[in-house]
Design a protein around this ligand. Structure first.
Ligand SMILES: *[C@@H]1O[C@H](CO)[C@@H](O)[C@H](O)[C@H]1NC(C)=O
Ligand SMILES: *[C@@H]1O[C@H](CO)[C@@H](O)[C@H](O)[C@H]1NC(C)=O
Ligand SMILES: *[C@@H]1O[C@H](CO)[C@@H](O)[C@H](O)[C@H]1NC(C)=O
Ligand SMILES: *[C@@H]1O[C@H](CO)[C@@H](O)[C@H](O)[C@H]1NC(C)=O
Ligand SMILES: *[C@@H]1O[C@H](CO)[C@@H](O)[C@H](O)[C@H]1NC(C)=O
Ligand SMILES: *[C@@H]1O[C@H](CO)[C@@H](O)[C@H](O)[C@H]1NC(C)=O
Length: 399
């Protein structure tokens, strides 16, 4: 199905449902209900197997060749296949022997989906209704053509606290990664979100990977793995964005992650965005040994098909105007303690010479646009154990 068609479905639903009716789901008329069912059948791809997770969400094992990415107009003709592997330089920081973090299961139980299928979180009727309801409340800042249900969510009036390799047209960055601490900021609702993430960017095009609490998108306040893609035409999360080719059979993009407790136990996980040396596809590598999750093909980009010109490591949050800002990272200003702070350990990037470089090797910029609420620090060379260390976080307005 054409990308535009998917987006139009979402718009169609919004026209169909008036504010009052969405409020009480029971009052959906038979016709509206049938329409929602019809739309869901188009959005959710046929499942070869389904896997239920602990919070009740369902993952559909979808045939590799039927995944949403192939709805992208530029990916209609492709020779991608489920056994693809990237050519990458050695990535650092995949050692999980550190004794302060606690191991956890990253994949779906029982090995996940059968070979040649990939796990996708099923979109439910409640997801559609919630997102429409909240969009009505959001009202004014909705884009005029209503084309982008999730677009610009990460591009609005956000507060961020990050360490950046600032933009320079001569930068030829081919990857970025770190061992990222995981958190579960409390009491988020509505359109609020709070995330820790790595972002690579060239012009308006960017890729983000990290953890997020985002009740608008997920309908819950669990910490989840997320990716976010922005191109001229697209801006969306995870597999909702036709553009990410999912390869891994056991690691879903929306998977729930554990949250660290202030003082411990601490959970963290390696994540990397790395450009395939042989063809320019950008891969998402996740977890111990940097398992391949999937990739964004070079041909969906007009800028990132070359190199990244800037990179960011840190936190980002959003609250609608008038709603107190949520907490970021561990929920406190960084104090230099890995049992308390939100962190990016062994923060590194890749060069066009196939080298892995520490953030110590380049001039970085600390950026915090609400320093009374959230802060960031960078500890260069903080020892063999942790390499360059980015620490970030803050209480927001929940003091
Ligand atoms: C972090 O980086 C340092 C130096 O770059 C390296 O020696 C060390 O093994 C790395 N640590 C982990 C946990 O990967
Ligand atoms: C953006 O955030 C700043 C600081 O929190 C606030 O002063 C400003 O009013 C916000 N702007 C909009 C358009 O919400
Ligand atoms: C961009 O990088 C080049 C080469 O490293 C350097 O000479 C130049 O000063 C940088 N420009 C800015 C604006 O930082
Ligand atoms: C979350 O909300 C509960 C109930 O309102 C409150 O007791 C708790 O302190 C809040 N937690 C944070 C971190 O704001
Ligand atoms: C990572 O690789 C090592 C060495 O190949 C292996 O022993 C270990 O089981 C792997 N860990 C995971 C979680 O796959
Ligand atoms: C980077 O690695 C690839 C594959 O190993 C190789 O073809 C290429 O020449 C290398 N580039 C540089 C600048 O070393």
């Amino acid at each position: 199905m054409h990308l535009r068609a998917i987006l139009q479905i979402v718009v169609a639903i919004s026209l169909l449902l008036s504010y009052a009716k969405i409020e009480a789901r029971q009052s959906l008329s038979k016709v509206e209900d049938l329409e929602l069912e019809r739309q869901l059948k188009l959005i959710n791809k046929p499942a070869i197997k389904t896997i239920k997770r602990k919070y009740g969400e369902i993952y559909d094992c979808v045939d590799f060749y039927k995944q949403p990415a192939f709805d992208h107009p530029l990916l209609k003709n492709h020779n991608f296949h489920p056994e693809m592997k990237p050519t990458l330089p050695n990535l650092q920081g995949d050692d999980t022997s550190s004794n302060i973090n606690k191991p956890f299961n990253i994949g779906l139980k029982g090995g996940g989906c059968p070979t040649e299928t990939i796990p996708i979180k099923r979109i439910t009727k409640d997801d559609l209704i919630r997102q429409r309801l909240l969009s009505h409340i959001r009202g004014a800042d909705e884009s005029p053509d209503g084309d982008d249900i999730e677009s610009s969510i990460l591009d609005r009036n956000n507060s961020i606290a990050t360490v950046q390799i600032p933009y320079n047209s001569t930068n030829k960055i081919t990857g970025a990664g770190a061992i990222i601490s995981l958190h579960n900021p409390q009491n988020l609702s509505g359109h609020q979100f709070s995330a820790g993430r790595i972002k690579v960017q060239n012009g308006i095009e960017s890729i983000q990977v990290g953890w997020i609490v985002n009740p608008y998108v997920y309908g819950d306040t669990h910490t989840r793995l997320y990716t976010y893609l922005k191109t001229e035409k697209l801006a969306c999360f995870n597999t909702r964005c036709p553009g990410f080719i999912h390869i891994n059979t056991a690691i879903p993009l929306d998977g729930d992650l554990p949250g660290s407790t202030y003082g411990g136990p601490i959970y963290d996980v390696p994540m990397y965005i790395a450009r395939d040396i042989s063809n320019g596809n950008w891969w998402f590598k996740f977890g111990p040994n940097y398992t391949s999750v999937g990739f964004w093909p070079s041909k969906i980009f007009t800028k990132l098909n070359e190199f990244a010109t800037s990179v960011e490591y840190g936190g980002i949050v959003y609250s609608p105007p008038g709603v107190p800002e949520p907490s970021m990272g561990g929920g406190y200003f960084p104090v230099g303690d890995l049992k308390k702070d939100g962190y990016f350990k062994n923060s590194t990037y890749l060069t066009d010479k196939n080298e892995t470089k520490s953030l110590d090797d380049i001039e970085v910029k600390l950026y915090a646009n609400s320093p009374n609420l959230y802060r960031v620090t960078d500890y260069p060379n903080s020892g063999v154990e942790s390499g360059n260390l980015v620490l970030y976080g803050g209480p927001g307005e929940h003091i």
